[in-house]
Design a protein around this ligand. Sequence first.
Ligand SMILES: Nc1ncnc2c1ncn2[C@@H]1O[C@H](COP(=O)(O)OP(=O)(O)O)[C@@H](O)[C@H]1O
Ligand SMILES: [Mg+2]
Length: 426
Amino acid sequence: MSKPTKVGDYELGNLIIEGKTKQVYDLPSLPGNVLLLNKDRITAGDGVKAHDLVGKSEISNQTNGKIFEILNSVGVQTSFVKLAAKNAFISKKCEMIPIECVTRRLATGSFLKRNPGVTEGYRFYPPKFETFFKDDANHDPQWSDEQIICAKFTFNGRLIGRQELEQMKRTSILIFEILEKAWQLRNCALIDMKIEFGVDTEGNLLVADVIDSDSWRLWPSGDKRLMVDKQVYRNLTTVTQSDLDTVKRNFQWIRDQLDHIVPTDNHLVVIIMGSPSDEGHCRKIADCCKQYGLNVDIRVSSAHKGTDSTIEIVRYYESLPKKIIFVAVAGRSNGLGPVISGNTSYPVINCPPVKPENVNLDIWSSLNVPSGLGCSTVIYPESAAIQAAQIVGLDNYLIWARLRVKQLVNFISLQDADKKLYNLTL
Ligand SMILES: Nc1ncnc2c1ncn2[C@@H]1O[C@H](COP(=O)(O)OP(=O)(O)O)[C@@H](O)[C@H]1O
Ligand SMILES: [Mg+2]
């Protein structure tokens, strides 16, 4: 493939590396970033089988762009910056870890060969995580954790040790689960997936390279015979133009499906406070809700002093074609949450603004509700937001993903804190 001087609006610097399917260029105008130019080339069997496929670069680039936009939007740390042209995108410049991280939901393909006796379709939970050293000449051998740790890879000053490996494992599984849920919206089963990690110039461990139709097995309706991924190409013994056309049509179909995997955004969290003096507490709940991508309304209504208006507010929200979650914020005697709960079938979360000196008394008005009521009670604003996000996340994978990403971020920051303090005490 020849070396262009400009792609889209970007002047290219040096060609840093050329692999089987992409060229990577420095970008003099954007230091710390690179441009990845996709090739119209499809390869399999560590590059032994390879064909030109006109149009593949654009399809792969669009597929990859859509997937990484989803991952960035839910807070996964990736190298992807933005699309730069039909067949190119901009990424943070990384030193790449030469490990393919494979995550599997169902046993198939090479897993069955390496694990004789396991039946095809065996379901892994959690998803199975495997690592392979990127070495075409030796057919990408599987590597154990110990082999990766003992290799002492160091990229941009960061040693790839136990902690980094654990982060790669958890991130791979998380991404698999996010994309598995996304594809469920199109009635497609994500069977397995490969990703790669790199370390950027600041030492951050990022999901890098690409995720496109070369990266996964995808079975419409969960039916292997309907596969639409690169396995179709891998399975060909002779390759005719008509075979290549089929592969390309499949890849186009996958790209087009990605336009339809945006969940419908029809939820609303209604935070109702019994008194304007609870505004600060309610704003904390709203801020936490927004971090998870939840839509929020804030209202004031006292169930004790303005029962009619409380019920009118409930009826108004019930009239909207949306999924409503009420969060009731009332101090002292919480009449609000139980009254709402007794008069609607939507979920009600009590989040009373209790203080240490009155928690033992006041909390009971939220907990000890009359029969027939099912409101729940939490006392921290963050907990109310998380519970609302969990309810919405049941059928909105983006909200669900943000909850999972937050858990991963918490895990990583605990690991970092442990490492820092342990090193200090040495
Ligand atoms: N963000 C990035 N920064 C630097 N290099 C990258 C980045 N993303 C991917 N690469 C590298 O780009 C090269 C070209 O990709 P590809 O053609 O897929 O190579 P390969 O045949 O080795 O899989 C690979 O060496 C890959 O590791
Ligand atoms: Mg590659």
